[in-house]
Write a protein that binds this ligand. Structure first.
Ligand code: SF4
Length: 346
């Protein structure tokens, strides 16, 4: 039996049920694919449900304000995905008269949509003959065919896409794409690979050559950057605090946070001249470090080390908000975790 036929056969018996599998509406499929990038299905599922409930159509998403979208996205990370979703929704509604792009080439024009997402939406919704290559597909193909070219090298990306394209069946492209991704997610997994019951265990090269744990090959390119965040949590006479929107490109853009001082290394004392200008020295009652142990927040390309400095004041601050209201703003998981711990103490 052909590789693709075997996979489709396996999928029809073993597929997992998710709400996005019950529709071919490109808006829902696109939304699910963006949510599931760099996110486990179990984690992404409640977000998908909340998004389609709150924004059942592309027009609803386009008309929403960014703050509400970021708030709904809170906890998923990689917030540029949410901003790109919003940008693309507005583009589809305003420039394309609410008609969702209908093929791979047009889908690629959406912000935040690359080869993988365009192939997924085009094949699932329009049965276009274009193969998806995500982390699961790389793993299955690298192992089954013993491909040891790095999956993140220029040549690797090209070779794997070509192979994936050649393996497509004569029809049912969307079904096949979903099958191979599901197979990678549940059988040919990174760890505890289920080779004993695998449908390919009589022909898989990695299994024969005992190379499962070394495939796929990836070049470590990213140099992890260390950053040191010092958040100033001001607390005035009425338990109000200051928060700002984080502007500029980069991590957590447009999310809210406490006034921040980023240092080049860990610091153990705070110089009051670093505080915002409206904080007058004589009004400061105390400055204390809240977390004795520095908090590490690991992201793919940077590790953030954070200290929250609690600054009590004997006045009421202009431009402040009640501390408990922070939850109404889109905030990072780091700030959210601090908030949930600290709110119990005041
Ligand atoms: S035999 Fe093992 S390594 Fe090979 S495709 Fe199946 S699960 Fe993956």
């Amino acid at each position: 039996m052909l590789f693709s036929a075997k996979l489709i056969n396996w999928y029809q018996k073993n597929q997992r049920n998710f709400p996005w599998r019950e529709t071919k509406n490109p808006y829902f499929i696109w939304l699910s694919e963006i949510i599931l990038q760099q996110t486990k299905t179990e984690q992404g599922l409640p977000y998908y449900i909340r998004f389609i409930e709150k924004y059942p159509t592309i027009t609803d998403l386009a008309n929403a304000d960014e703050m509400s979208i970021l708030k709904l996205w809170q906890g998923l990370g990689y917030y540029s995905r949410a901003r790109n979703l919003h940008y693309s929704a507005k583009y589809i509604v305003n420039e394309l008269h609410s008609v969702f792009p209908k093929n791979y080439k047009e889908l690629l024009k959406l912000k935040g949509v690359g080869d993988y997402t365009a192939s997924a939406v085009a094949s699932i919704c329009y049965n276009e003959k274009t193969a998806v290559v995500d982390g699961n597909v790389y793993r299955v193909l690298a192992r089954y065919f013993d491909m040891d070219i790095a999956i993140n090298s220029g040549k690797g990306i090209k070779d794997f896409k070509l192979l994936a394209q050649e393996l497509l069946p004569k029809s049912n492209y969307g079904l096949y794409n979903q099958a191979i991704m599901d197979f990678g997610a549940t059988v040919c997994t990174p760890k505890r690979t289920k080779c004993t019951t695998c449908i390919f265990n009589d022909s898989c090269l990695a299994l024969q050559k005992k190379k499962i744990h070394v495939l796929p090959v990836k070049i470590r390119k990213i140099k992890i950057k260390k950053r040191y965040f010092n958040y100033f949590v001001f607390l005035d006479k009425s338990n109000n605090t200051l928060i700002n929107i984080r502007l500029g490109k980069g991590i957590w853009q447009n999310l809210y946070e406490f006034p921040l001082y980023e240092s080049t290394k860990e610091i153990f004392e705070i110089d009051e001249s670093l505080f915002p200008k409206n904080i007058i020295k004589k009004n400061i009652l105390s400055v204390d470090l809240f977390n004795e142990k520095i908090i590490q927040h690991k992201l793919s390309h940077q590790h953030i080390f954070t200290k929250f400095w609690l600054v009590k004041l004997d006045v009421n601050l202009v431009g402040s908000i009640p501390f408990y209201k922070i939850e109404e703003y889109p905030i990072s998981t780091l700030v959210h975790n601090f908030y949930t711990t600290f709110i119990k103490l005041i």
